[in-house]
Design a protein around this ligand. Structure first.
Ligand code: UFG
Length: 333
């Protein structure tokens, strides 16, 4: 298939591009490089022996996107492009709504124009909001979020559902990611955000690599077994493979289907720190600080629907996630 990957140079996008190329798909990447580096394409080529077609552009640029569809007969789209920092979205809500909604609607208009009917969208567990009990199931109301970033996911899911209702041949798979971490086994691709990381695993990586002094654990008094928050961490390579399974699903189905991608297991912040120390042999100094606003104490996925509909299950362990992160950190000092 000719697969357009928006945001394909980013953390999850680049791992997905590798799996697509390995599965012999023709991959066309669109990325504005606002949160990714151009050398990711060299690294993808080094891993796969093939380079995806690349267009540096904003996918809300309709004229340029139309040109991409004219040059390539796009069979399906995986849509990662979007702003994704939860805290930043609270400070810049308009930028988040404008960017994430505009790019998706422009993409849908161009897909419609060129008769492209298969879309895999990167949604998030944040759409379950604070009120659902965990494990989160897709049948629960997923209509609210704690941040403007999360609201863009809720709104885009709504747009895709309405679009699928109006276009019975269209299929959208709304993949609700839990907490992707880890890196490609080669150590060439991984999560390397600009500036000080917001997310836990890249922060641990910077501390272990000597670039930051210590980790602050946000809250040690949650109602969890060790007092720190629990999340459903999944390996980014498992997540990437989930996108391939979703593409296969979209080939023979219609409508908009929301599917969780998680392991179904919760791991606490302290458990992740200890697992990282164990596999790396490096101490990660930490202090317990105050809670971070908006954090929920604990949640994880009910992963049954992904298994049933996609035949997908997470394969990698938390230790694998830590080992691959450490390998990435060491190779990219
Ligand atoms: N944490 C720390 N210290 C840090 C960073 C994080 O203790 O320096 C803790 C957080 O308090 C939380 C856990 O580590 O308990 C995980 O935090 P992340 O920031 O890595 O991930 P979140 O669960 O907050 O957010 C993730 C995604 C979002 C998505 C959200 C869904 O990053 O995109 O899950 O709820 F919206």
């Amino acid at each position: 298939m000719n697969v357009l990957v928006t945001g394909g140079a980013g953390y999850i996008g680049s791992h997905t591009v590798v799996e697509l190329i390995n599965a012999r798909h023709q991959v066309i990447v669109v990325d504005d490089l606002s949160n990714a580096r151009i050398d990711v394409l060299d690294r993808i080529e080094e891993i796969c022996g093939r380079r995806p077609e690349f267009y540096q552009m904003d996918c809300a640029d309709k004229n340029r996107l139309q040109q991409v569809f004219i040059h390539h007969r796009i069979d399906a789209v995986i849509h990662f492009a979007g702003f994704k920092a939860v805290g930043e979205s609270v400070k810049k809500p308009l930028a988040y709504y404008r960017n994430n909604l505009d790019s998706t609607m422009t993409l849908l208009e161009v897909m419609e124009e060129f008769g492209c009917r298969k879309l895999v969208f990167s949604s998030s567990a944040t759409v379950y909001g604070p009120d659902n009990p965990h494990p989160y199931k897709e049948s629960m109301p997923a209509v609210c979020s704690a941040s403007p970033y999360g609201w863009t996911k809720v709104m885009i899911e709504r747009i895709l559902k309405d679009y699928a209702t109006a276009h019975p041949n269209f299929c959208a798979v709304l993949l609700r990611y839990f907490n992707p971490i880890g890196a490609h086994v080669s150590g060439l691709l991984g999560d390397d955000p600009n500036g000080i990381p917001n997310n836990l695993m890249p922060y641990i990586g910077r501390v272990a690599g000597g670039k930051l002094e210590r980790l602050t654990i946000f809250g040690g008094d949650y109602p969890t077994p060790d007092g720190t928050c629990q999340r459903d961490y999944l390996h980014v390579v498992d997540l990437a493979i989930g996108h391939l399974k979703a593409l296969e699903y979209a080939e023979s189905n219609h409508g908009a289907e929301a599917i969780n991608l998680g392991t179904g297991k919760g791991t606490s912040v302290l458990e992740l720190v200890y697992a990282f120390q164990k596999v790396s042999g490096i101490q990660v100094p930490y202090v317990i600080g105050p809670r971070r606003e908006g954090d929920l104490p604990a949640f994880w996925a009910d992963a049954e629907k992904a298994k049933r509909l996609l035949g997908w299950e997470a394969m990698y362990t938390v230790e694998d996630m830590c080992r691959s992160t450490w390998n990435f950190v060491r190779k990219n000092k």
